[in-house]
Design a protein around this ligand. Structure first.
Ligand code: ATP
Ligand code: MG
Length: 342
């Protein structure tokens, strides 16, 4: 008898709002695609906050995260009002998630875009820079925020970007910084980029000052392949890229750490349409595909993505992307069924 495949345990947090229905749809697709995973539910989100755990992460969840090293997460609603920090920020800091990876590609003609040839990935440093959270009041009228950049932080994220390019057959990595002005901090990032790039001679490496880089990203996004950049620039550039691709609602993202990686959709918890079987599961499905590749199941990821693309091409669309190419408008679970059929 054939030996059963080894299953990789993954922590799964359905999240709030539309999260649970999207997670159910996504896990059904993964199972049908033959993903060799063992989902382990963990509690993260609104219910945990309301029980009085201000981090929004249940104590047992931390243990499971450290054990599995992988979290597939639905969107979380951060309660309004003081005392609540975003779960995303808490997880990023506590788990040392140093790189945020966000692919942005066009899915023309199903999703409207002026740049049908666009297919790029932004790798954003996720812990340092102006996000280190070091702010002071000097006087009542003068405030200061410290920009922290370390060689170790730069090297980790830049190396991740080149390794990512190599693993995914991408040919070019572009760094963006403002080292003409911030000669020490951004200068260090640029220098480390040049050093690391030499170890990857098969990949083209170039650098753009972030202002002209952002302008080119808006005007000619098809010229980019992988972009690696500091935290704040990455925040801005990845929103520009999603918007230009037109596929904000379809995007998945990965947060990579030394021992834990977190995968999630780019969109939020959309409480306005929660529980109505309306939401598009594509963002979480794309995040799950990133996760499968990360745990060495690129074959399953490809099967999922091909079936998903075929579903879009066949005109089976949820309401958010329905338009002139729509043959059948479906809800969340019927969309998942269509992907599974394919
Ligand atoms: P949060 O506070 O968690 O960010 P949100 O409502 O702001 O929640 P966003 O992602 O910012 O969530 O979504 C904005 C709007 O876009 C939602 O109100 C919803 O109508 C729509 N939307 C978001 N995600 C989806 C989805 N997966 N499918 C369909 N519509 C979506
Ligand atoms: Mg929002």
């Amino acid at each position: 008898a054939p030996t059963p495949p080894t299953l990789t345990p993954i922590a799964v947090a359905p999240g709030d709002g539309i999260g649970p229905e999207l997670m159910a749809a996504t896990l059904r697709v993964l199972e049908a695609a033959g993903a060799r995973i063992e989902p382990r539910p963990v509690e993260v989100g609104q219910e945990v906050y309301l029980r009085g755990v201000s981090s929004g992460v249940a104590p047992e969840a931390w243990e499971e995260l450290r054990r599995t090293g992988v979290l597939l997460k639905g969107p979380i609603t951060t309660p309004q009002g003081g005392g609540y920090k975003s779960v995303n920020v808490t997880l990023r800091k506590a788990l040392g998630l140093y790189a945020n990876v966000r692919p942005a590609r066009a899915y023309a003609p199903f999703v409207a875009t002026h740049h049908p040839g666009m297919d790029l990935v932004i790798v954003r440093e996720n812990e340092e820079d102006l996000y280190a959270g070091i702010e002071h009041r000097q006087t009542d009228e003068v405030y200061q925020c410290l920009k922290l950049v370390t060689r170790e932080g730069c090297e980790r994220v830049v190396r991740y970007a080149f390794e990512y390019a190599r693993a995914h057959g991408r040919r070019k990595v572009t760094a963006m910084s403002k080292d003409n002005i911030m000669k020490l901090t951004d200068g260090l990032f640029h220098r480390v980029f040049d050093e690391v790039a030499r170890e990857y001679p098969e990949i083209t490496a170039d650098h753009l000052i972030v202002d002209i880089g952002a302008a080119r990203l808006g005007a000619q996004p098809e010229r980019f392949d992988v972009i690696v950049t500091l935290n704040l620039y990455g925040d801005i550039l990845s929103d520009i890229a999603s918007e230009v691709a037109g596929s904000v609602g379809l995007g998945g993202s990965a947060n990579i750490g030394q021992s834990v990686a977190l995968f999630e959709a780019v969109h939020g918890s959309a409480p306005d349409i929660a529980g109505q079987d309306k939401a598009n599961p594509s963002g979480l499905l794309n995040a799950a595909a990133l996760m499968l590749t990360h745990i060495g199941q690129g074959d399953v990821a490809a099967r999922v993505l091909n079936a998903w693309l075929r579903t879009l091409e066949d005109g089976i669309h949820t309401g958010d992307i329905a338009g002139e190419h729509t043959a059948r408008r479906v809800g969340t679970q019927a969309f998942a069924d269509a992907v599974i059929e394919r």
